[in-house]
Write a protein that binds this ligand. Structure first.
Ligand SMILES: C[S@@+](CC[C@H](N)C(=O)[O-])C[C@H]1O[C@@H](n2cnc3c(N)ncnc32)[C@H](O)[C@@H]1O
Length: 403
């Protein structure tokens, strides 16, 4: 599994070049282009240049500062509708992905990497058709809808449903069809139902949005998932990566909730927030194994709390225990953090060999690519090279405020 992130970068590049395999075309593709009949990029018309990248003047809600912005040229004509404030829309429009660059969509159409399948009791899901290694990019797509979470405060349900319907109606026809192809679980208003059943919460520029990415919403929930997702803010793409090796024939899954909860809390959370009774593999374990899992989760949560800061007298052996518990529990996406906290603990206790070992393990198991998380990866890289010069070297907490 080592070096898996480089592998992702390679796959990602391979994906991008595949999608732009053109023999001789007069111009390079940009945001405002779609493929013509000869597969060469052709310009998309701009409906109202004065509002570009938006199609028209924003349509604003009567009772709040929120407005609907649609760009049907976004992502080579896939389009996007965003409900947010005027100033947020202006800062989103300044991301180059809206004007000059193409979002890195992966895999290209017609791929054979995974396929859809009907699972009894869980609806449609997605099955791998190839081997994915830990860290591999599985797909990368742009959202069709972004709904600013703050819009929900101070607006009525009728008003919200009406603007959400307008947002969907404003999308290009094929994209609208893709929106309606999503499952609705609650049997309420068709647009609201699809948003509630399939929306992901994502953070962008300090704000939280409900994002609709139908390709990603095809994945069912599993409390021990084999994939995780995040939004890449610079390209506005929702990217899914493998958290462990996935073999052909295995279902691809995300966790919709915090996985570090005991069985009863996970079930209750999924019922109250998502409206379904979880029938995932981990929740279907026999009672004895379920209890063992719950006990491990309780220990993991305790250790995480103690180890999250060096301002506690916790010794390195407890950090090693955390690593073992996460492994036993199949919390693949948590490994980087567990290794990192263990490296820091050994670093505080001036154990050079083990600091090196666990910092290296953290680097090799790094899954997160968000800017802030990548900064921690760089710290781990430096720690693996030169433990004695790391900030935590010799910093065993003996009470008091600071070192
Ligand atoms: C985001 S969608 C996932 C794709 C959906 N199965 C479909 O047919 O398009 C979420 C819905 O899938 C079903 N689902 C997903 N994971 C499930 C699980 N672990 N147990 C039971 N139902 C699940 C529920 O009906 C839920 O409302």
């Amino acid at each position: 599994d080592s070096g898996s992130l480089d592998h992702v970068a390679y796959r990602f590049e391979a994906g991008s070049s595949l999608s732009s395999t053109i023999s001789i075309c007069p111009n390079e593709p940009t945001q405002l282009m779609v493929r013509g009949e000869d597969n060469c990029p052709v310009e998309l018309p701009i409906p109202n240049p004065e509002y570009y990248p938006w199609d028209s003047a924003p349509k604003c809600l009567n009772t709040s500062d929120f407005c609907l912005y649609t760009s049907s040229s976004f992502a080579s004509g896939r389009g996007i509708s965003i409900i947010t404030t005027q100033s947020t829309a202006a800062s989103l429009a300044s991301i180059p992905i809206f004007t000059t660059k193409q979002p890195p969509v992966y895999p290209p159409k017609g791929h054979n990497l995974y396929y859809e399948f009907d699972f009894p009791g869980r609806g449609r899901g997605v099955i791998a058709n190839t081997t994915f290694h830990r860290g591999d990019l599985i797909f990368s797509h742009t959202p069709l809808l972004l709904l600013d979470e703050e819009m929900f405060e101070g607006t009525s349900k009728t008003e919200r449903n009406s603007v959400a319907k307008q947002a969907v109606d404003a999308l290009p026809p094929a994209t609208r069809e893709l929106f309606y192809s999503q499952a609705g679980h609650f049997g309420t208003d068709p647009v609201e139902d699809r948003i509630r059943t399939n929306g992901f919460a994502i953070k962008l520029g300090g704000r939280t949005y409900g994002a609709l990415v139908p390709e990603a919403a095809r994945l069912n929930h599993e409390c021990r998932p084999n994939a995780r997702y995040a939004l890449d803010a610079s390209s506005l793409t929702h990217r899914a990566h493998a958290t462990r090796t996935i073999r052909p024939g295995e279902e691809l899954t995300f966790s919709y909730i915090n996985e570090n909860q005991p069985w009863a809390s996970r079930q209750a959370h999924l019922r109250s927030h998502w409206g379904f009774q979880c029938k995932c593999n981990h929740c279907s374990l026999p009672k004895k194994q379920r209890k063992e899992s719950d006990a491990r989760i309780a220990d993991i949560n305790l250790l995480n709390m103690e180890l999250n800061t060096l301002w506690s007298p916790t010794t390195p052996d407890l950090a090693v225990e955390l690593v073992e518990l996460c492994q036993a529990e199949g919390l693949h996406a948590s490994m980087e953090k567990a290794y990192m906290m263990t490296a820091q603990r050994f670093c505080a206790w001036e154990d050079e060999e083990n600091t090196r070992k666990y910092a290296q393990l953290a680097v090799e198991n790094w899954l997160a690519w968000e800017k802030q998380e990548l900064a921690s990866k760089e710290i781990m890289k430096a720690m693996a090279k030169d433990p004695k010069n790391a900030w935590c070297w010799g910093k065993v907490w003996e009470g008091g405020e600071e070192f």
